[in-house]
Write a protein that binds this ligand. Structure first.
Ligand code: GAP
Length: 456
């Protein structure tokens, strides 16, 4: 399947996606549930269901493969979420990781001051009723050990990056890497966002995929360009529509305190352009700060040129949850497909790239007839033994089962029928996007599936 086949111009490809429909599909089919749903939810938290967890895992695997495994200049790390409080003083988060907050005097709602339009309260509509803006620190606080005093106070990390900076020397000493090289990490981050919103886009608990790439000062701009290209192409390779992706450079007054230059990779969500990933030139800011606050030398010695320097850092930093949301929004389509009798019926389809789809192949006996079961289970086991994420489904009519698989984004369905078991030992492969059906011998099924899925 190539990208134009995966995202053919469909009836809905030019239409704006109704987010309500996507949110409802995610809950109905087991992609994403509201966090703590049983107790009415906890604002800004989301739970990933059986399909959502597979989608996120596939996204993280694709990122790890592209950023770590397929390169010889990047290694991985998994640092603790709780870190020494000095880390956040050194990084500038204690003093500066804040958003301006206002209260509405009419309804007591709290909002980010920079999200208010025309002085109007987004909750009750009152105009000119806001308090003066105050700075609100976004870091969650907790305590280590039994005593809840200031000395025991720590933070839930608001970015995974600092775990990498404080391990720079450990990795350098243990991995035999020389500059230029990078350290990558995927993990949870927490921010006490004033207004979580837009489904999972702005949450209070989320996952980041971050790379800190250490390079010699003076080569930083070249590496910045390299990572902009690499990261932008990653989304394209996974089938995201080119016209819904853009690169946007930060204006000077928008730059974080540590950045010399930053570009965002943005996706055109139904509510407008939104950041998927920031790619920043963090200079030597963080290592210098940690050198000063820890009192430990973090200089790099280049044994070829005999120079000592603090490396510069290029940081591609993306969010797993936002990326998952963008891939889901990008994949969502409504079109028509023929039912079992050949009549065109409307369908909802997630045109997810096969590498991201939670289920790659659904094995569907034509009916629940006992004659079909043993061979259908054999076909299912054949797929699983070949490492292909497969699902077996024999409930309801074949037409409804195709619809369900389309809706969860399964690229291929394999149907076992009476002809299979009684005469030819062949099965039918149905393609989610082209809806073409071909018959292949069971003996060649795994190869045929691998070829269509684009996997080895
Ligand atoms: N270390 C740099 C850093 O954390 P950031 O732009 O604040 O930079 C990086 O965050 C990425 O983390 C964002 O591009 C986004 O994908 C994700 N992210 C940040 N805040 C988020 C939130 N509240 N909810 C979901 N994802 C978030």
């Amino acid at each position: 399947m190539n990208d134009s086949e995966r995202n053919p111009p469909s009836a809905s490809s030019g239409q704006a996606l109704d987010m309500e429909k996507l949110v409802s599909l995610c809950k109905r089919r087991g992609y994403i549930f509201p966090g703590s749903d049983l107790y009415g939810g906890l604002n800004g938290t989301w739970d990933y269901g059986p399909l959502g967890v597979e989608l996120k895992r596939n996204i993280k695997d694709a990122w790890w493969r592209a950023v770590v495994r397929e390169r010889d200049d990047v290694v991985g790390l998994d640092a603790a979420i709780l870190m020494h409080p000095q880390v956040w003083a050194a990084s500038g988060h204690v003093a500066g990781f804040t958003d301006p907050m206002v209260d509405c005097k009419a309804c007591q709602g709290r909002f980010r001051a920079d999200h208010i339009e025309e002085d109007r309260c987004p909750a009750c509509g009152a105009v000119g009723q806001f308090t003066e803006a105050r700075q609100f620190n976004l870091m969650f606080k907790t305590f280590v050990g039994p005593v809840e005093n200031e000395a025991a106070q720590v933070y839930l990390r608001p970015e995974t990056a600092q775990g990498i900076f404080v391990n720079f020397q450990n990795v350098l000493a243990s991995s035999r890497k020389r500059i230029p090289f990078g350290i990558a990490q995927i993990g949870k981050a927490f921010r006490n966002e004033i207004n979580p919103r837009n489904f999972t886009y702005r949450s209070r608990e989320f996952e980041q995929m971050e790379l800190e790439f250490f390079c010699k000062p003076g080569t930083d701009e070249e590496w910045h360009q390299h990572w902009l290209q690499e990261r932008f192409n990653w989304y394209l390779k996974l089938g995201m529509r080119r016209e819904r992706l853009r690169l946007r450079q930060h204006a000077v007054d928008e730059l974080s305190h540590y950045a010399k230059d930053t570009y965002d990779i943005e996706y055109l969500f139904p509510w407008g352009w939104g950041e998927l990933e920031g790619i920043a030139n963090r200079t030597d800011f963080d290592l210098k700060q940690h050198q000063q606050h820890s009192g430990k030398g973090l200089e790099y010695f280049d044994d070829e040129t005999k120079e000592h320097y603090i490396p510069y850092v290029i940081e591609p930093s993306g969010g797993v949850d936002r990326t998952a949301l963008a891939f889901l929004a990008d994949a969502y389509a409504e079109d028509a497909a023929p039912d079992a009798k050949g009549k065109e019926e409307p369908r909802v389809v997630l045109r997810l790239h096969p590498a991201l789809a939670p289920v790659k192949v659904a094995v569907l006996p034509l009916s629940r007839n006992e004659k079909l079961r043993p061979q259908s289970r054999e076909v299912f086991d054949l797929c699983r033994r070949a490492g292909i994420a497969a699902e077996y489904d024999d409930a309801q009519s074949i037409g409804r089962r195709y619809r369900r698989q389309d809706e969860i984004g399964t690229p291929l369905c394999v149907t076992v029928d009476f002809q299979t078991v009684e005469s030819d030992q062949q099965v039918t492969i149905r393609d989610r996007d082209s809806m073409q059906q071909v018959r292949v011998p069971i003996a060649g099924l795994v190869d045929a599936l691998r070829e269509r899925l684009g996997v080895d």
